[in-house]
Design a protein around this ligand. Sequence first.
Ligand code: NAP
Length: 369
Amino acid sequence: MIYKKIIKDDIPAIGQGCMGIGGYLSKDTSQDNISIEALRQGIELGMTFIDTAEVYGDGHSEELVAEAIDGIRDHVFIATKVSPENLSYDNVIKSVKNSLKRLKTDYIDLYQIHWPNPKIRLSETMQAMEQLVDEGKIRYIGVSNFSLNYLKEAEKNLSENSIVSIQIEYNLIDRTIEDTILPYCEKKDIKVIAYSPLNQGRTLNDKEKIKKLEIISEKYNKTMAQITLNWLISHTPVIAIPKAINIDHINDNALAADFNLSEKDFRELGNTFNQKIIYIPTDRIRIATGNRLVYQTIEDAIENKLGFVPSPEDLACHIIKEDILKPVRVTKNTDITDKYDYNLIEGRIRYWAWVIAYNGKRSIPAICL
Ligand code: NAP
């Protein structure tokens, strides 16, 4: 394992993500035993950095982490997150209390703001965070899904502490942070915690890219997942947190840091997968694909009956303020008689947030897979 430093702590460069462990937005107990087993195996193999959130499985993910770390609390580095609707001073204090209870611990190593909430002043949230550090309830403060400007604003709102990390999507496909957050964090020694490092386990359609990954994997006698993770953590500030419940995957991920990609292969991988961002008029995208719940109209998105957090409207406020959006993902529609040119694969909240922010008049940034 390779380690990266957060102030006084040496953190493994490959950790364990817990989204979906214990359920997604609601509690799911059907895989409790194998989840605990998977986490324990990962810890045993050195992936002692565990990332969870109060929202995962409606708190059940934190409960499973508690089971997995029973008796070994001091050997693990626990990161959890406060949800955007809980960013007022009182609610941050309440959230941490509940997380500590579910995690069966008296301190959280890294407490992260899960998403920005433009309706609550950052100064108020950060005041609560610093109070929690003073009380020893949390050790370090981190943010997640913040733009570079918002990260800088968060830093300005701390007086005694610093932001030690930003958790954000980063993988071979989504390279949005490379010109902004990544160089800034490298300069300021802020860790970039790469979420969805394996692109959520999705396989790519692009045969040429897959071929390149296969060739490099064979050369190093490693799996494609190991090559991908190694490429990520080869960036100085980056720690990757793959989620895995399958024991073979756990074993695989734990050995993803024990080799070095050559400079040439590192560059070649980066160049091969670098996907250009395109800008598409929002009415050219079919939003209802697959069986995920999506809003069909702007009115429904504003009403947010499904209770997405952040809501499309809240995210729209953030987009207007920051003038930035992580690209949505689309595929090209091959049916030329269809009135849509693209199908939305990922980013159903971001899509509506963008439509609300610019009244449907501005093309949306997208990655076409
Ligand atoms: P991910 O880690 O990129 O992918 C997880 C998927 O990859 C699972 O289906 C897993 O299968 C599979 N997998 C894991 N290791 C593998 C391997 N060695 N070979 C082949 N497949 C493998 O996706 P993610 O869960 O979205 O991201 C990871 C973590 O980042 C989350 O768990 C969460 O902690 C964090 N996250 C944070 C945010 C945020 O807003 N801050 C958003 C998303 C994610 P099995 O489970 O079957 O093993």
